[in-house]
Write a protein that binds this ligand. Structure first.
Ligand code: CMX
Length: 432
């Protein structure tokens, strides 16, 4: 058995017991009161979910199992050629709550290489779609098409004991994560290149190999994938992609159904699709202003025009965060290190000065600061990936690590079917 799985075998029973005690002895303790505004307002701030892998503080940003992004950049092992953390290391941390050793990481890299072959029928399922189908649709179809491989579904049919559910979910998760880079790379090559599969390079780590399979063989792109896949992985449980995966998984449908559903949520412009919208919006700015780096005044006018036309400024604002997203800052550091002179990076930096005061002056957005999606596109364009409709797929490959690690823990601690109570406006009126 792998080190990771035997570690889980060791820690799950203790944690299960601890959760059982809490539920038994403190089940009546109140976490918060829910207001009418929260019921109508997308449940902001309502504390009703358990997610172990990460926690989001409005002012500080994300902590993965207690570690901030700068801490992880320092503590997680990196590839021999570079300095960015290896996403395999983050996955180990999300799964176990402990920092990985080099050996733990090497084992996951090897296991994902060995499990990484995409079943033939998945290519055929994708090929049945028109070539210009949005990459996120292809991604969702490619994930759910792998449901034929579900070990959990097969074990459930045989009557597996509830206490053991997490084990086949673990196996399905490892298979799915191993294959997502091949799936995403195929979608990229099919949509924008000649569609010929680039075989995996067994000498590379998960992120480096993903870059290679998409046809990007520079050290900078490999490094970009390592940091990108690390920082997008998890953002506690309430965001739409995590919550949807959790909700669908709570019916005991397997990880293929659950992740595909989560990815359909990520494909919304208020969530992960914002990364493509940011690039489209910046390109519009450049086109309309005749190319080159626009002036601050030009940018201010463009932002006001966007708001006046009833649209949001993509990449700004957040449902929880109230400060600059540390995932934005990590990407800015990458840009400062590798591409400080890049024209689009300069526009992104100028927007950081222009947008927040305007959103504050408009007085609607609760958070005027940039989120993760405000920065990722310019890093990709600089490195030769111009097809911005594809960017959310990269986000999805990363997000799968967080939401699937959580799904394993959901089954390990026996979280039940999720079924909140909904209310009618008639009822609300009756209690006013
Ligand atoms: N531009 C213009 N208006 C904005 C805005 C922005 N960037 N952010 C928020 N607002 C508006 C909202 O649309 C809302 O307007 P209405 O009262 O007319 O409905 C008002 O300000 C209050 O919104 P809020 O409470 O501050 O924000 P929400 O929690 O409702 O929404 C989010 C959060 C992210 C959807 C919103 O900030 C937004 O639309 N941002 C732009 C899209 C984006 O970048 N999404 C990516 C988020 C990160 C991710 O999930 O990947």
């Amino acid at each position: 058995m792998s080190l990771l799985k035997s570690k889980l075998e060791e820690i799950i029973p203790k944690f299960r017991e601890e959760v059982g005690e809490i539920r038994k002895n403190h089940g009546d303790k109140k976490l918060c009161d829910v207001t009418v505004a929260q019921a109508y307002g997308g449940m902001r701030g309502v504390k009703v979910m358990i997610t172990e892998t990460s926690a989001l503080d409005p002012d500080e940003g994300i902590r993965f199992r207690g570690f901030t992004i700068p801490e992880l950049q320092e503590k997680l092992p990196h590839a021999a050629e570079g300095e960015e953390p290896l996403p395999e290391g983050l996955f180990y941390l999300l799964m176990t709550g402990e920092l990985p050793t080099e050996e733990n990481i090497a084992e996951i890299t090897k296991e994902w290489q060995e499990r990484g072959t995409l079943p033939e029928h998945v290519y055929k399922a994708i090929d049945a779609l028109p070539k210009d189908t949005h990459p996120m649709t292809q991604f969702s179809v490619g994930i759910v098409a792998q449901q034929t491989e579900s070990i959990f579904a097969a074990e459930y049919r045989k009557g597996i004991n509830k206490m053991d559910y997490w084990k086949p979910v673990y196996e399905d998760t490892m298979n799915l994560l191993a294959r997502l880079p091949a799936l995403a790379a195929y979608i990229y090559l099919r949509s924008y290149k000649d569609g010929k599969v680039i075989p995996a390079d067994p000498t590379l780590d998960w992120g480096g190999n993903f870059a290679h399979m998409m046809g990007f063989d520079t050290k900078m792109f490999r490094e970009l994938m390592r940091i990108y896949l690390t920082i997008h992985a998890d953002h506690e449980g309430g965001n739409v992609s995590a919550h949807t995966t959790h909700l669908v998984g709570s019916t005991l449908s397997d990880v293929y159904y659950a992740l595909s559903a989560g990815m359909n949520g990520l494909a919304g412009p208020l969530h992960g699709l914002a990364n493509q919208e940011v690039l489209r919006w910046i390109m519009d700015v450049k086109d309309q202003l005749g190319g080159g780096v626009p002036t601050m005044e030009d940018l201010k006018k463009f932002v006001w025009d966007t708001l006046a036309s009833g649209n949001v400024v993509p990449g700004y604002g957040h449902a929880v965060l109230r400060k600059t997203d540390p995932r934005y800052s990590a990407q800015r550091e990458f840009a400062l290190k590798h591409m400080p002179e890049d024209e689009l990076f300069q526009v992104v930096s100028m927007l950081y000065e222009v947008v927040p005061p305007i959103l504050l002056e408009q007085g609607k957005a609760k958070n005027p600061w940039p989120n993760v999606d405000a920065h990722s596109g310019v890093l990709l364009v600089h490195n030769g990936m111009h097809e911005y409709d594809f960017y959310t797929v990269l986000f999805g490959v990363s997000r799968a690590m967080g939401v699937l690690a959580s799904t394993i823990w959901d089954r390990a601690i026996g979280l039940p079917l999720e079924r909140p109570k909904s209310l009618t406006t008639e009822y609300i009126k009756s209690i006013l």
